[in-house]
Design a binder for this molecule. Sequence first.
Ligand code: F6R
Length: 369
Amino acid sequence: EKGSFRHFMEKEVHEQPESCQRTLSAYLDPVACAVRDDIKAGIDFSQIVRIQIIACGTAFYAGSIARYAFEKLAGLPVDVEVASEFRYRTPAITPGTLAVAVSQSGETADTLAALRWCKEQGMHTAAVVNVHSSTMAREADLMWPTHAGPEIGVASTKAFTAQLSALLSLVVCAARQRSRITAHEEAHLVQVLLGAPGLIAEAMAMDAEITRVTYDLSKARDVIYLGRGDMYPLALEGALKLKEISYIHAEGYAAGELKHGPIALIDENTPVVVIAPDDALFEKTASNVQEVAARGGRVIMITNVPEKVPALSGDAGKSLKVITAPSCDAFIAPLVYSVPIQLLAYHTAVHKGTDVDQPRNLAKSVTVE
Ligand code: F6R
């Protein structure tokens, strides 16, 4: 039941402190401040040469975010590919590759076919799934559960952050098993992850600021999302969420790609959503904001450091709206910044009056190609 919420999507967005908490608890031991022994016993990442993540849609973006963390913290090469391409292109496989399917339903036809192909090639396989009795859960060598609970809204929200919670926990496991971090550093990262549900709850307070920009956004025909580093796949996810439920055309780009083409689209009618936490790349993203503003573009900037946003003079300053996010460790920023991008899509769709929980043409589970 929806309770006091207008839509299942809104309810599921607000459930994320609990759904992430439940998922993190399945991987992390809060007393030992370490990855749980049963998770460590199930896999030895020191024996793995490469990870191949296969998924569709939102799950693909969760995998794309995890890639940054696996490579940075565990020194483990990761490829991420949409299952519909992977399964038909005869990929070359590195021996020692672990194939990881990421899927809320565990039934998506392309992801399942790709997982089966990997098994046939003799690869070790794992499935990050929310439905624990699903076909992927049964067929993969290893089942890594998410605990989002049933997701009713067609647009994935809490399943996505549960996937991130599981995958980032596995990154800590991999980093430790590959001796990239000490037990002390493991404890620190586990603490950071266990702090995420509280910060996700704090991020819900952004709702008020977000509703101040979504009426304007609902009038747009096209919207551009920009991010750098692991905020790049989050920008893609933000664009997908907006497209799915509001039917507004949206594209996500790596902020550094702006100059290589998409900047030609910038005008006063094309709002640009910039996801820019205060990390090593902040200054670079901020300079992209200036480039957009200088061309008359309207910018919605989501950041925890509004004071660092370049002061823009005159009309350019008026077209910049800053939405303030809670500060957090860069490791969990994808979890915290998921909230504003979901709320942005949600409130925009509500203004447009579209069917948020049952968007046209979409099915919750895509079991045919
Ligand atoms: C987006 C969305 C879809 C699914 C995709 C994969 O909001 O819900 O893009 O993420 O169809 O579904 P699963 O995760 O069930 O394999």
